[in-house]
Design a binder for this molecule. Structure first.
Ligand code: DAT
Ligand code: MG
Length: 142
């Protein structure tokens, strides 16, 4: 049994905030049983996003992704619980909201809008190491 309590960095992206879905995302996180240990409404910058999306450096979609992430306020949330990284990815659904399964955040609340950018409501860390790195960016010292 894995008894290590993990953390994941969740972001409600600008499309989610614009559509009033912060509460719905938090509701699903809490209903699943995870604990919210930090959160705040923030405005992303080139510097924060360049570090946050370091794994995507050089990819053709990165400039559009950064523009989208800077298009409005975001809600940055630290979530805690056993296997929460995998658990939140499961709650979020796959990257493309058209393909994401019904029942997931992206599948229930997201869709394709015909834009080149994938607007998919939420970010969730993809590993415990990514989570630690991302939490340090948005909540240094937490
Ligand atoms: P995820 O958010 O599911 O972890 P990711 O880390 O691969 O996905 O990509 C980060 C975000 O970048 C993703 O939420 C949407 C966008 N993105 C990824 N691949 C893309 C692509 N091929 N074209 C446009 N946007 C893309
Ligand atoms: Mg990712």
């Amino acid at each position: 049994m894995n008894t290590t309590i993990e953390r994941s960095l969740v972001i409600v992206k600008p499309d989610g905030v614009r559509r009033g879905l912060i509460g719905e995302v938090i509701r699903r996180i809490e209903a699943k049983g995870y604990a919210i240990v930090a959160m705040g409404i923030r405005t992303a910058t080139d510097e924060l996003l360049g570090t946050h999306y370091a794994e995507h450096a050089g990819k053709p979609f990165l400039p559009g992704l950064i523009e989208y992430m800077e298009s409005g306020p975001i809600a940055v949330i630290v979530v805690e619980g056993h296997r929460v990284v995998e658990g939140f990815r499961s709650l979020a659904g796959v990257t493309n909201p058209t393909a994401a399964a019904p029942g997931t955040i992206r599948g229930d609340l997201g869709r394709d809008w015909g834009t080149p950018m994938i607007e998919n409501i939420v970010h969730g860390s993809d590993s415990a190491q990514s989570a630690a790195r991302e939490i340090e960016i948005w909540f240094p010292g937490l």
